[in-house]
Design a protein around this ligand. Structure first.
Ligand code: SAH
Ligand code: SF4
Ligand code: F3S
Length: 438
């Protein structure tokens, strides 16, 4: 038997790519195994957005070295570090047999079958392909009832700290016809919830018809059987009234908006090249709440950007206090090679970054009680997906994208959207019981 193991770091787009590579290999007679130790090919899908993921890549691949020596296992690197470092990866770690940048992953099966080792492809031209994967690799390989779909790849925004435009290339939108066909396939396989992905979905534009992202949402919503739609990410500078109104007009568009603020200081936002002020950012939140008063908001923040003073940082805390987020992701600034910000000295000491990070997380922990208090005693709708690895209870996400444990759900509830009465708010999740009538 030909067996492969795949490990994914980074964002949902990497997860999507891993899923399609897995489907491609399966179509060629390979089997996906959950343990690297029983695989013939180990694929690591890498992320380079911060320094840690990069270290993780080398410590992860190094751990598999004994398998290469003993059993002749082949290790492949795909994803953003593959693009960033290319053949340097093999120079640094000669036991690695293949490096595939985003846009080259469709070559993986042929490289294996023809034994073309070591193989390196990270040409930037490949990043500009509209459709990277073969049509027969569409589908829900990883999850049963939910799926992501990348609708566009790359990014043109060049936020000064961010490596994504360099490793993922220019913005390229996929054809709406291909995305909608992918939704049909997913529905036919039992998927009832899709998340449309792009670094900035507001820039989506069908290369054939010119359809924009909001129009694409309305088209997707017409698909019978598709009960839930989500999307991410929307750049605050481009989030507009049309998209906000879609939350009101499309019943299947779930009330959750990921609107990354990055900082609450206008001075820092300027240095980050984000192209909005805090006041403008807050007005976008108001716009979302005007059309969907109960919307759940989430955001990303970077602390310790070069030159961020105590005063700047206080403004970030102030913004978090004002915005009432359901979820926050906060990161310590990490200089990335080739980015504009990496030219400026990384002035905030690491221990100061760590203490600012803690302050953000501490504030959010306090805020969660207030913000999520609104779910207590309320009946929410949860798509029952799978067992919690820790407690074994069934869980899924509610409308607001919060992970919800349902203590009395049974296998018969899997794949259904059921009413759940929330009686406990935990740090990262909600917990409740099935509502008698559901
Ligand atoms: N396109 C998305 C997110 C891309 S990366 C957006 O625009 O929001 C995900 C998150 O990683 C970013 O929102 C940012 O908060 C964080 N990030 C990106 N580059 C970083 C860096 N150099 N250091 C620390 N965090 C970073
Ligand atoms: Fe990076 Fe900014 Fe593009 Fe997001 S919008 S991927 S943060 S450059
Ligand atoms: Fe990481 Fe690449 Fe995504 S750098 S965050 S995996 S686009």
């Amino acid at each position: 038997m030909k067996r492969f193991f795949i490990r994914t770091f980074g964002c949902q787009m990497n997860v999507y790519d891993s899923e399609r590579v897995s489907a491609m290999l399966t179509a060629r007679g390979w089997t996906n195994v959950p343990e690297a130790s029983s695989a013939d090919i180990i694929i690591i899908n890498s992320c380079s957005v911060r320094d840690k993921p990069l270290q993780k890549l080398f410590s992860c691949s190094g751990r598999f070295l004994p398998l290469v020596r003993k059993k002749g296992v082949k290790i492949f690197i795909m994803g953003c570090v593959a693009q960033q470092l290319g053949k340097e990866i093999i120079e640094k770690a000669p036991y690695i047999s293949g490096v595939f940048g985003p846009g080259a992953e469709d070559m993986i099966p042929d490289v294996i079958e023809k034994g073309l080792f070591p193989f390196v492809s990270n040409s930037t031209d490949l990043l500009e392909r509209e459709e990277i994967f073969p049509v027969d690799s569409k589908g829900n390989f990883f999850e049963q009832y939910t799926s992501s779909i990348t609708v566009m790849h790359g990014c043109n925004n060049f936020c000064s700290y961010c490596i994504v435009p360099y490793v993922r290339g220019k913005e390229v939108s996929r054809k709406a016809s291909s995305i909608l066909e992918e939704i049909d396939i997913l529905i036919s396989r039992g998927v009832i919830e899709v998340t449309l992905l792009g670094q900035n979905v507001n820039s989506y534009k069908d290369p054939v018809t010119g359809m924009d992202f909001t129009e694409l949402l309305y088209e997707a919503a017409k698909k019978p059987g598709l009960e839930r739609i989500r999307f991410m990410t929307s750049h605050p500078k481009d989030f507009n009234e049309d998209l906000a109104a879609a939350f009101r007009n499309i019943p299947s568009l779930m009330p959750h908006l990921h609107l990354p603020a990055q900082s609450g200081s206008d001075r820092v936002l300027g240095m980050m090249n984000r192209k909005y002020s805090t006041v403008e950012y807050l007005s976008k939140i108001e716009l979302a709440r005007k059309h969907c008063p109960d919307i759940a908001l989430s955001s990303d923040f970077i602390v310790g950007f070069p030159g961020e003073t105590e005063k700047d940082f206080d403004k970030t805390l102030e913004l978090i206090n004002t915005a009432d987020y359901d979820v926050i992701f906060a990161f310590a600034y990490s200089p990335r090679p080739g980015t504009a910000a990496s030219q400026i000295a990384d002035t905030v000491p690491e221990d100061e970054k760590a203490s600012r990070l803690n302050a953000v997380l501490e504030l959010q922990r306090k805020k969660i009680r207030k913000v999520r208090g609104r779910y207590l005693g309320r009946t929410v709708k949860v798509l029952v997906e799978k067992e919690s690895p820790k407690s074994g209870t069934l869980m899924g996400r509610n409308e607001h994208n919060l992970l919800t444990h349902i203590i009395d759900a049974t296998d018969a509830d899997r794949g259904r959207i059921i009413d759940v009465r929330i009686d406990e708010i935990l740090e990262n999740t909600l917990r409740g019981k099935k509502n008698e009538n559901s």
